[in-house]
Design a binder for this molecule. Sequence first.
Ligand SMILES: [Zn+2]
Length: 385
Amino acid sequence: MRAVVIKGEWAPRRELSPEEVAGRWARDATAAWREPKWTLDERAVPRVAGPHDVLVRSKAVGICGSDVHLHETDDEGYVLLPYRVRLPLVPGHEIAGEVVEVGAEVRRVRPGDPVAVQTLQYCGRCGACRSGLPGHCVDAEDSGFTIDGGMAEFVLSRESNVRSLAAVRERYSERDTYEIGALCEPASVAYVGLFLRGGGFRPGGIATVHGCGPIGLASVSLLRAAGAAKVLAFDTEPARCKLAELVGADAAYDVTKLRGDGMRPSDVVLEQTSGEGADMCVEAAGAAAAVLPEIERSISVGGKVVLLGSESGAVPMQTMAYLLRGASVHGSIGNIGGLDPVIALHAASRIDLRPIVTARFDLAAATDAVRQASLRQDAKILVKV
Ligand SMILES: [Zn+2]
C-alpha cells in the first residue's frame, strides 16, 4: 500500500530512560529525533491478527499542528514536538475511514461501516488510567506518534478505538461523512478541555476563544451548542475570524486590527460583558504570553480558563487576577471521552465544522500538505486517501 512515512535520525541530546533507549522512542521527541524526512513509501498492508483488530481503509486524515511539529525543526535540526514519538512512522491521527476487515470477536462494527478512529491506545494499568484519566496515560501507544497512523491506504486499529459514523452518514453524503469523521478528532480535543477537564459553564454564560485554528473553531461551535449567551473569538488572521463567525461566534476580532485601533481583546470583552468579564476563556492560540494578560483583565468572578494551545517554554502569570476572581485554570490534552459526543452533535446538526476545511490534498501530496500547514494560514487541511 502507499503510505506517508516520516524517517529521522536518532540522536539523543538529553539522557533518556533505559526503556526509551531500548525501544528507540522518546517521551519527548525534541530530545531525540532530528532531520525528519517525509516520503511516500510502499508498505505492506497491516494484517488483522488479533480477535479485536479492525482494519480501516483511510478516507480522510486531518493535518494537525503536531504533524507540522514533526516536519519543522529547531536550529539544531531537532523536531519541535514535545510528545512521545517512535520513528520511522506513518503519521496521521485525525482519521476517518471505512472498515474493511475485522477480527473474530469484533461485534460493534463490520466491513463497510464508516468510522472515526480514536488513536490513543491507553494501557489501563498506570496511575492515570487507574484514576479515570486514561487520556493522560503514561504508557500509551498512539497511532500517528508511536505506532503507524492514518496517512496510508490502510490503518490497523481495534474495536475499542473505532467509533461508527453511521448516524452522521444518515444526514450527510459519504464524502462529508468522512471529512466530518476526521474533524471529530480536533473537535473532541476541544470538548474534553471545555466540558470534561474544564467542567463546562452555565447556559447563558459568556465565552471567549483566543486563537481560531481548528481547536479554537471547534471550541466556538461547542460553546454555542452548549448554550453560551455570547461567544467572542480572537485571531490574528482575518480569514480565520470569518470562519469563527461561520461556525458560531457572535463576533470575531482581528487582533492586529484591534491593536491598530488602540484596543486590546480584553477591552472588547469588558465592553461586551458590561465590565463583568467572560465566564469561560479558552486559550487555543498556543500563545499564552500574549493571551493570558488579556484573559486576566477580562475573566469574570468564578470564571474558568481552559488551556488547549500547546507550546514549549514558560510564560508569566498574574496570580492575583485569579485569586481576586476565584478563577480556575484547566489544562487539557487529547480526546478521550470526547469522540462520541462530538459525533452525536454532528449527527444531530448541533454543530457543523465542515466550513473549517480550507484545503484538501491527495495522499501522494501529503508532504505538500504539511508544508502548507506550516505557513499557518489555513484552518484544517485534509489529506484525502
Ligand atoms: Zn495508562
